[in-house]
Design a protein around this ligand. Structure first.
Ligand SMILES: O=C(O)C(=O)CO
Length: 256
């Protein structure tokens, strides 16, 4: 059965609720996993205790600090943060850490930035080795949400992952970002679905609930699972309503 993970930065975010409350709501809605972005701004004790209470899983968190890996000067600070992020992931049972490449920096050539990225990720693989945690580099769209970001191409992200050549390093494939960039999943992923550590979905336009826009999300998910992806589907969208039933309907509509 396809497993879903609610991104509680947006889902179940009701006024006055803290993140522990959002996790409880996700559990009540029948979700088996949640994910969130930064961990340094969260009450980790409260989160750990609600995970214990509900039995829900944390699928992934973001590796901090979120500094540009495209800048070689950031490597040491990022690696130090990665160690701390991996400890938090271990504590919460999260198998995925998300890495963002950072902006395309005018003071460096594209080749220099790619080199910096590969060097940071390779050293990051040493830190994660044996932990069971995989780090996913996330391509993002540069047309709407992340103008100026270095990595908007899924194929280039996969090339970088292949150049690093370590099982600990993969990509997060966000179908929304990919579709906004005009990519077709089968063209850009090809035979490399096993390098995807996590998938995100949202519809376009609006980055709202699947079914509110024009992306063929179910077909793309079906293709990914048929071609070797076996992880969770992260519901990372801005919900149009705060209605739990709407989340359930999304899960049903994207289930195999
Ligand atoms: O920052 C974004 O837009 C993301 O997709 C984070 O996962």
């Amino acid at each position: 059965m396809r497993q879903f993970s609610a991104c509680i930065e947006w889902l179940f975010a009701r006024e006055g609720d803290d993140f522990a409350d959002r996790i409880r709501l996700a559990h009540q809605a029948g979700l088996s996993a949640v994910e969130f972005w930064r961990w340094t701004n969260k009450d980790l004790d409260a989160i750990a205790s609600v995970i214990e209470e509900t039995g829900i899983a944390v699928s992934g968190i973001v590796a901090e600090p979120m500094i540009a890996l495209t800048n070689p000067a950031n490597k040491d600070a990022w690696l130090e943060g990665l160690e701390a992020s991996a400890s938090v992931a271990e504590r919460l049972g999260a198998a995925v850490l998300i890495a963002q490449a950072g902006d395309d920096l005018p003071e460096f050539s594209r080749a220099e930035q790619r080199e910096a990225l590969i060097s940071a990720l390779s050293a990051g693989a040493d830190i994660l080795s044996g932990s069971g945690i995989r780090l996913g580099l996330e391509p993002l769209n540069t047309k709407i949400d992340h103008v100026g970001y270095f990595l908007s191409s899924t194929a280039e992200g996969l090339d970088i992952v292949d150049e690093v050549g370590r099982p600990e390093i993969g990509i997060v494939y966000d179908i929304y970002h990919s579709a906004v960039m005009g990519e077709r999943t089968e063209d850009v992923v090809g035979e490399r679905a096993d390098r995807i550590v996590h998938v995100h979905v949202a519809d376009h336009p609006g980055r709202n609930d699947p079914g509110t826009g024009g992306i063929d999300l179910l077909e793309r998910l079906n293709w990914l699972f048929a071609h070797g992806y076996s992880g969770r589907v992260g519901l990372e969208y801005r919900p149009k309503t705060k209605d739990t039933e709407a989340v359930r309907a999304v899960v049903t509509s994207l289930s195999a």
